[in-house]
Design a protein around this ligand. Structure first.
Ligand SMILES: Cc1cc2nc3c(=O)[nH]c(=O)nc-3n(C[C@H](O)[C@H](O)[C@H](O)COP(=O)(O)OP(=O)(O)OC[C@H]3O[C@@H](n4cnc5c(N)ncnc54)[C@H](O)[C@@H]3O)c2cc1C
Length: 379
């Protein structure tokens, strides 16, 4: 296990992130600090600056924008959290669509619906009939769809930068000390003080975000196929372009790409400590075996996939909350700061939607939801 900040070998995705902020000197003081430049942090930063243009905002990212889950995700857009709807959540799909539109993010968003697939119940006219530990068929259609995650990361970062947020890459927040009216963040040997902070660090830096002991970091895998022919897509029952995920085990999810390739995902590497993420290598060990198993599973799903070639193999972190609920709470050491994460593999729309809510809460314009069974949301 290492604590180094070199880029781990999490493989290659079909996504492209083509925005990087220009380097500027670290500020000594800012109004709002956002820790983590994934979907959550970038959406929050853009929203903060738009809502409060007189306030300074800086995003500090350990590696580079999208280096965590957001640049390695599958990009399936889901309407609910991992535990379904929650009190006051509102219409997440409508909210997500609106944020992307308001921030002018060209996300390649499509919302044709999503297939829930399973091995027991089935739709009488299921277009899907695959072989995978039984007969895998469509069970139900739910709202949702997909985005190009590279475009979302790029678009959110551009929107944040355009609205005047400073974004720092290679700027790991090493520690945070809280005083009654400020947070003192230690970054690259310097101290930056902030009036308030949002911790959007997902599966990493769990101690910093006050999340150790109540969340479990995992690493999950995905592969992309070469473009399929129209006849193959028809035979698979996927001509509608709807993504899919299983509602029973073994778990499998997937989605179509613009080039008619398909992404399939499954498998979890279990970790004792989030620092082990740094050493996960998709070309070998447990992650490599899970990728090989996934390739064999996909080739065996249907005769149309028997000889399919894979163009991308990768993985990335996810953070599972104790009860699978998202964590959206005040920082345990500072009521002025907020912690948002643990989307339990359901974070594509949720991160952006709740990231904007976090920005409103930091500005004192909205209360946090009461989803936390431990009651830590109450100030
Ligand atoms: C393979 C895979 C497939 C997935 N598929 C789907 C899907 O289809 N649909 C869905 O809804 N969800 C999916 N998810 C989950 C979804 O991608 C995540 O929930 C979402 O991206 C989380 O965004 P985030 O901004 O909270 O976290 P992240 O994108 O992980 O961002 C956190 C950032 O914080 C940075 N950071 C950490 N510590 C520090 C520090 N100390 N200082 C500064 N920066 C720090 C990290 O480097 C990282 O960039 C998938 C995840 C994976 C890995």
């Amino acid at each position: 296990m290492t604590d180094s900040l070199t880029k781990p070998n999490w493989g290659h995705t079909p996504w492209t992130i083509d925005f990087h902020p220009s380097p500027v000197a670290l500020p000594e003081h800012i109004d709002f600090a956002v820790v983590g430049a994934g979907f959550t942090g970038l959406a929050a930063a853009a929203k903060l600056r738009r809502m409060a243009p007189e306030k300074s905002v800086a995003v500090f990212e350990r590696v580079s924008i999208g280096a965590g889950s957001s640049g390695h995700t599958g990009g399936m857009v889901l309407a609910e959290t991992a535990v379904g709807d929650l009190p006051g959540l509102g219409d997440m799909l409508a909210g997500y669509t609106k944020v992307l539109k308001d921030l002018e993010v060209d996300a390649d968003l499509a919302l044709p619906g999503v297939w829930e697939i399973g091995r027991t119940a089935t739709l009488p006219d299921s277009p899907i009939s695959w072989s995978d530990s039984g007969n895998l068929r469509a069970v139900r259609e739910v709202p949702g769809g997909s985005v190009d995650p590279g475009r979302v990361v790029t678009g959110l970062a551009r929107a944040a930068a355009k609205s005047g947020a400073l974004i720092f890459e290679n700027a790991a927040v090493e520690s945070a000390e809280f005083e009654s009216h400020s947070a003192r963040l230690r970054i690259s040997g310097k101290t930056v003080t902030a009036n308030a902070a949002l911790f959007a660090t997902n599966a990493m830096s769990l101690e910093l975000a006050g999340l150790s002991g109540r969340t479990k970091p995992k690493f999950t895998l995905a592969i992309a196929t070469e473009p399929l022919r129209g006849t193959q897509i028809e035979q698979l029952g996927l001509a509608s372009g709807k993504p899919f995920y299983t509602i029973d085990f073994p778990y499998l999810w997937g989605r179509k790409l613009r080039n008619d390739g398909f992404v399939f995902g499954a498998g979890l590497v279990h970790l004792q400590n989030w620092r082990e993420l740094q050493d996960v290598d998709v070309s070998k060990g447990e992650a490599g075996n899970l990728i090989a198993r996934l390739e064999n599973r996909v080739r065996a799903l249907h005769p149309a996939l028997r000889n399919v070639q894979f163009t991308h193999r990768w993985g990335g972190p996810i953070l599972i909350g104790d009860d699978w609920r998202p964590i959206f709470t005040r920082h345990p050491e500072s009521p002025r700061s907020i912690v948002l994460g643990a989307f339990s593999g359901h974070g594509v729309a949720q991160s952006v939607y709740l990231g904007c809510w976090a920005a409103e809460a930091l500005c004192g314009r909205r209360e946090l939801p009461q989803w936390d069974s431990s009651g830590e949301n109450e100030q």
